[in-house]
Every structure is written in C-alpha cells, then in structure tokens.
Ligand binder design. Sequence first.
Ligand SMILES: Nc1nc2c(c(=O)[nH]1)N[C@H]1C(S)=C(S)[C@@H](COP(=O)(O)O)O[C@H]1N2
Ligand SMILES: [Mo]
Length: 280
Amino acid sequence: MPDKPQPERRRFIQSLTAGATIMTLGGIAYMAAGCSADEQAGAELRPDGRRRLPPGQRTLVPRPDNAAVADNAPLEPPPKPKLLRTDETTKAETRLPPNQYEIKALRPMGGIAGDPSRGALRLKVHGEVEQPLNLSFDNLLDDYTRIEQTCDVHCVTRWSLLGGIWQGVRVSELAQRARITKRARYVIFQSEAGYTANIEIDEALKPNVLVAWDINGAPLGGDHGAPLRSLVPDRYFWKSAKWLTGIHFVENDVRGYWESRGYHNHADPWKEQRYSSQEG
Ligand SMILES: Nc1nc2c(c(=O)[nH]1)N[C@H]1C(S)=C(S)[C@@H](COP(=O)(O)O)O[C@H]1N2
Ligand SMILES: [Mo]
C-alpha cells in the first residue's frame, strides 16, 4: 500500500496543532512556525512524545496527547470493496460458441428443488480445507465481496443466454477464507437431492466463477436454483449447480450427475465438449 502523500500528513498535523493554539495563546508563534520547520527537518520527539525545544526557546505548548501517536500510527487499510462490477463476457468475435443459439431469458431446465428461502440456506465449504465453513445467506452478504458480473451461459441443449447480470460472491474468496490445502485439485458442487457437478481447481478459482443469488436485478426463481447456485460461465451450464448446499474441495476427481450420464467431464462449450464419447 502506498504511503499517505506528505501534503495530507502535514495538513493533518497542522489541524492538530491549530487546535492546541486556541487554548494556549503563548504558544501561537512557536507552533505556527515550528511545526513546518520540524516537518522539514524530520520531527524530533522526546520519549514522552513532546517536541524538543529549539535552541533559545524556553516554553513549549505540549502537543495534544494523541498527536505523536497519530503522527506515527500505521495507516489504516483501505475499506474492503463491498461491490465489484465485472464484465466477463467473451472478447472473441462471436459471443456464441459453435452450434449454440441465443435466447432472451433463462429457460428452466428442471431438477429437484430445495427450500428456496434465503433464511434456510446453509452453504458448507469443506474437504481439503484448513478451516471448514458453514455459511448462512447473511454471512455471504455481510462478509464477502459482492460481485455483479455480466457473463454468458451456454446450455448443452444448444441455447445460450448472453449478457446476464449475475450477483454473488467468488468461489475463490470462499476457498481463500476456508484456506484450501495444496491437495485440493478438484471442486465438487453439491446440491439438493444429491445433484453434483465437478470442475478442476484452476477453473473453480477463476474470478468469473461465483455462487450466485440474483440475475438481472432479481433473486433467482425457485426453478433456477434459489436461493443459491454455482455459476461457471466457461463450462456448459449443467456445471452451474442449482440449489447449492456444498462446495467440496477434493484431491481426486469424481464425475458429477451429468458427467456420469454420458456428458463430457471437461465441458468447454468453445471446444464443443458435449459428450463423454468425445473424451480422448
Ligand atoms: N441441482 C441441479 N442443478 C442443475 C441441474 C439439475 O438438474 N439439478 N441441471 C443443470 C442443467 S442440465 C442446466 S442446463 C442448468 C439449467 O439452469 P436453469 O434451469 O436455471 O436454466 O442447471 C444445471 N444445474
Ligand atoms: Mo442442461
């Protein structure tokens, strides 16, 4: 973090000493002149925090008690950004991966729903972590940087929803807070009724991979995974697990629900990796 610019520090010190002069008329001349001289020479402080008398000076207005401290106090870290807007749409010439077409609103694709209420949510972050987490919806809202992300999603049934604005928090921040171990090489998203989806750790830690609760300014509907789903824009959309209840960091890969039913383990829509029969 850069140091506070000097002019700002000087103004700060001057405002402190200005306060002192009001109460102690005798010190006005010294404080007004002495302060900037000290600044240029580098303030010389006695152990009790008072300034040394310059030669020939017999009295000195004590600096306010907190002034010496404030002068040397470590600078506060900048406030954590609570909302970060990002555009994660592809910069490629086309927004549509091969053999996809655009639709204008998310299409409900089914699955076994969980309780949609935010109050009921518990999200477990567990497995290869030093600090397992068990988070409420409010924990996500209060303790994590909220991401508002524009991105495209691509369903293997060939529709794509372009430019949706999703809101959530990054899986990478969850991983960081849970302190994943070196052994964590895959992530299994776990949902209601045993639905799972697996991705590699490098994919999961990309900044565009979220757990999301809003799309286009409205909470996810009950058929779209409310209250929380994963969002993995660079994989076919089945990897974005609705009604999410767990993020499991694991050492060895475990194929998820669709990955064990004929669908591609890697599922990159730009390489059109739809079916497991294409795996090399
Ligand atoms: N829990 C759960 N998540 C799921 C599914 C599911 O059946 N259960 N289906 C997946 C599939 S195949 C797709 S295409 C998307 C569809 O999301 P949508 O219904 O919000 O469009 O969710 C994915 N996430
Ligand atoms: Mo799908």
